[in-house]
Ligand binder design. Structure first.
Ligand code: 5GP
Length: 191
């Protein structure tokens, strides 16, 4: 099995950009595509950003034990499919999970995954608000909801192995690359 890396952050801290950048730069890294009942945003593609499903379908998948973990976030379900992740493992890919703290806690119970857990933080709350407004994906009410959620999310930083502040994207990305490379080096020295 390759590496399993969790990247969590409050919404708007830049995590999605970083996960995409990692998989573009490193062909051996694939992002785990979650299922969600959230409606797609205008720039999102089904099967690429998420598997977009309705509540019925999601609840059926829960009943069939299809998920490593699932959580309700902002009134929508999100879940990590066991089948999709297993397929990536069979092909020896390193897998990046873009999931929240609840998912990270549950995924950590699968010791065989040997998760590397990274928490990305925005420099401060006002910067986060500016980013949420600038990315223009959510209405005012949703932005306020996400800001409230921020307070709750950051309480869970101590569940992670690394905390990276995303002041600017390049240096945040470089730090994450360094973390992954150092784990790879350690693993190689054991072989
Ligand atoms: P968004 O709606 O902005 O794409 O994602 C909202 C939150 O859901 C983010 O914190 C994201 O990391 C989290 N998320 C996405 N997929 C999953 C998943 O499969 N499981 C869990 N627990 N959280 C997820």
């Amino acid at each position: 099995m390759g590496f399993n890396i969790v990247l969590s952050s409050p919404s708007g801290a830049g995590k999605t950009t970083i996960t995409k950048k990692l998989s573009q730069k490193y062909p051996n890294i694939k992002v785990s595509i979650s299922h969600t009942t959230r409606k797609p945003r205008p720039n999102e593609i089904d099967g690429v950003d998420y598997h977009f499903v309705d509540v019925n379908e999601f609840e059926n998948l829960i009943k069939k034990n299809n998920f490593y973990e699932h959580a309700k976030i902002f009134d929508n379900y999100y879940g990590t499919s066991i089948n999709s992740v297993n397929k990536l493992h069979e092909q020896n890919y390193d897998v990046v999970f873009d999931i929240d703290w609840q998912g990270t806690k549950k995924l950590s119970e699968y010791k065989e995954l040997n998760l590397i857990k990274i928490f990305i933080l925005p420099p401060d709350k006002s910067e986060l608000k500016a980013r949420l407004i600038n990315r223009n994906q959510d209405n005012n009410q949703t932005v306020e909801k996400r800001l409230k959620q921020y307070e709750n999310d950051i309480k869970h930083w101590s569940d992670y192995d690394y905390i990276v502040i995303n002041k600017d994207l390049e240096s945040c990305f470089n730090q994450i690359e360094k973390i992954i490379k150092s784990h790879k080096r350690k693993k190689m020295s054991f072989i």
